[in-house]
Write a protein of this length. Structure first.
Length: 153
């Protein structure tokens, strides 16, 4: 075994452990995840593990966990689930921390996001053509331009 292969194996092994930690977060984001345990699994100190994880994913493991939870919360809110139920479903223990982190990531409170998603769903079911750009539908001859409503009404 040449010297380059000998030294690349540990790096590959540790990289795989970082990827496995990410995949673990992806699959278990609803649970109380112990990041120290992941660091031990990867045979890193917790500080080295956090630094290596951030090097690969541009976020600390905790930041990535919050990101995954908020992304999934957005999907659940879009389906019409209540804010409190979503908070619990994605693994947050407190509604206040969920709301604060959601607003920081998305720019609006989860309750506002939910109401906007519900309004969008209602608009899609009642008048779906209002969501299609006029030029697109007119170009393909779906309807005459005058049949479209504008959002300015």
């Amino acid at each position: 075994m040449d010297q380059e292969q000998h030294y690349s194996y540990p790096r590959l092994y540790f990289y795989r452990r970082i990827v496995q930690a990410k995949l673990f977060i992806d699959q278990h984001y609803t649970e109380n995840i112990e990041l120290y345990g992941m660091a031990d699994e990867a045979h890193y100190s917790r500080f080295h593990f956090i630094r290596k994880f951030k090097e690969v994913y541009q976020r600390t493991p905790h930041q990535y966990l919050i990101f995954v939870r908020i992304e999934n919360a957005m999907k659940l809110l879009s389906s019409g689930m209540s804010v409190a139920a979503v908070c619990e479903a994605v693994g947050f223990e407190e509604l206040s921390s969920f709301s604060r982190l959601f607003k920081r990531r998305v720019g609006i409170n989860p309750s506002v996001y939910l109401s906007r998603q519900q309004a969008l769903l209602k608009q899609k079911s009642e008048s779906p053509l209002t969501l299609v750009p006029h030029c697109f539908a007119y170009q393909y001859g779906w309807v005459k331009k005058e049949q479209f409503q504008t959002n300015e009404q």
